[in-house]
Write a protein that binds this ligand. Sequence first.
Ligand code: MF3
Ligand code: CO
Length: 257
Amino acid sequence: MIIRKSPREIAKMAAAGALVADTIAYVGTLLTPGVTTEKLDAAAGTFIRERGGIPTSEGYKGYPKAICISPNDVVVHGIPDGFVVGEGDLVTIDVGVTLDGYIADSAYTFGVGEVEPESKSLLDTAQNALEAGIAEAVVGNRVGDVSHAVQTVVERAGFSVVRSLVGHGVGRHYHEDPHIPNFGAPGRGPRLSEGMTIAIEPMITMGSPDVNVMDDGWTIRTQDGSMSAHFEHTVAITADGPRILTPRVGVPGGVEV
Ligand code: MF3
Ligand code: CO
């Protein structure tokens, strides 16, 4: 069942979304060679709680940490641990925040220091794919229009879309209907209508699109060890077009702070 949100509910999601964006920017300032992902997670958890939020991921289906941190070949759901960040790494910071009962969800992949040209291209492509998907998130379109736009940008650049991981409705719950795949045919799938709130999140790889779940039950890595990138925004479908509820601040491609 798709839960459409009232303007009042969307305002609450936007407040949660602002805290999500601030958290991602804050973690970005700490993301330098030598730091562990565990340390970044602890800082993020404190940052969110000090501002009245709850890290939505913590305790979600038993997830043990405040946020997900996924380096390099880890596509999503990396559990922060003793991993030491290094120059040239691609590190995804994926943050959900619950504020006043409403949830927003966003992810951003940072390049640490100087990254390989191919890595830079992967980041740019994932970001462009997210933008292309958001542009299709308008009243009257279908989920397949969003999916197809994402897939087209990724595959034109020679990269792969992970099939087994999808975006989702979000707001009252972390994961609501509908699924938002990152591949598909235009004109297919549920129709988008005013008040729907969805997380669009291309998860892409340099090599094969196949992934494995690790023994911890969470960490998802590319099978071939190739690099991955993941960008996500929470978006409301409004009469005036797509509204990003997690607008970037203080990161490359975001508003300076
Ligand atoms: N934020 C993730 C998403 O994009 C969900 C993470 S679930 C967790 O959907 F439990 F791993 F945190
Ligand atoms: Co999500």
